[in-house]
Design a protein around this ligand. Structure first.
Ligand code: IPE
Ligand code: IPE
Ligand code: MG
Length: 247
């Protein structure tokens, strides 16, 4: 179990980046313009996270369900992803940030897969800072994939059926090598998790902000982290137990 007691600095912050479309609509611009501005926010927030000392930042960039959007929006988003990966490579290397992904990336367009592989390979040895992109991600598909892989491992004798613990099963999730998010932020005023890290966020603190993603900045991240610092994480225990344990 992660440590209880007053939360200080989150090690892992996950963000549901939402509101690009509304940001554009408010300005009479095409939705894709909102996504373009959203890409700029990604750089700002990754830099801000490092400055604050957050070691893992996970960004929900494209959900399994997002394929059902209009095809020009989907192809625009894939184009922006390709652009982002090409542009950010040198910056990630300079700042020693490791890129990782969660989600069914094997279903992304071939050019995006190539760029991803290139950036992941070039940054794989950086130990301190991690940017995790959730791409073609959905918790339900992730769990279905993990259940299948786990069943194969049991059939092969690699896992024992009796050892049906969360610790064992969670090693089959896309997030196997990542700590659980301490803090989950969603922008744009929506109060839902939209199929994002449903199991990994079992005990995450959640902060919802009305700010649209293109307007989100360092101060907004800092204020979510400050809010996190005011929370008490109890993991099912009582405040008294937490206080006694902290002594
Ligand atoms: C988030 O912004 C980006 C993605 C889901 C790819 P939206 O495009 O969902 O923006 P809204 O919710 O329509 O404002
Ligand atoms: C969640 O946002 C997915 C991403 C941020 C990539 P959506 O805008 O797709 O979620 P819903 O449809 O409002 O739940
Ligand atoms: Mg949205």
């Amino acid at each position: 179990m992660p440590s209880t007691g007053p939360a200080i600095l989150p090690q892992h912050v996950a963000i549901i980046m939402d509101g690009n479309g509304r940001w554009a609509k408010q300005r009479g611009l095409p939705r894709l313009e909102g996504h373009r501005r959203g890409v700029e926010t990604v750089r700002t927030v990754v830099d801000a996270a490092r400055a604050i000392g957050i070691r893992y930042i996970t960004l929900y960039a494209f959900s399994v369900e997002n394929w059902s959007r209009p095809s020009d929006e989907v192809s625009g988003l894939m184009g922006l992803l390709d652009f982002f990966l090409k542009r950010e490579l040198s910056n990630l290397i300079k700042n020693r940030v490791r890129l990782r992904t969660i989600g069914r990336t094997g279903e992304l367009p071939a050019n995006v897969q190539r760029e991803l592989a290139r950036v992941i390979e070039a940054t794989k040895d950086f130990p301190d800072w991690n940017l995790v992109l959730a791409l073609n991600y959905g918790s339900r598909t992730e769990v279905a994939d993990a259940a299948r892989a786990y069943a194969v491992a049991v059939a092969n004798g690699k896992e024992k059926l009796e050892d049906n613990s969360w610790e064992t099963f969670s090693r089959y999730l896309d997030t196997a090598d990542l700590p659980e998010p301490d803090l989950l932020i969603r922008t744009s005023g929506e109060h839902r998790v939209s199929n994002f890290m449903l199991l990994q966020c079992a005990y995450s603190e959640m902060v919802f902000t009305p700010t649209l993603w293109p307007d989100f900045g360092q101060a907004d991240l800092q204020s979510a982290v400050d809010e996190y610092g005011r929370r008490e994480r109890r993991y099912g225990l009582t405040t008294e137990q937490i206080k006694a344990g902290a002594k």
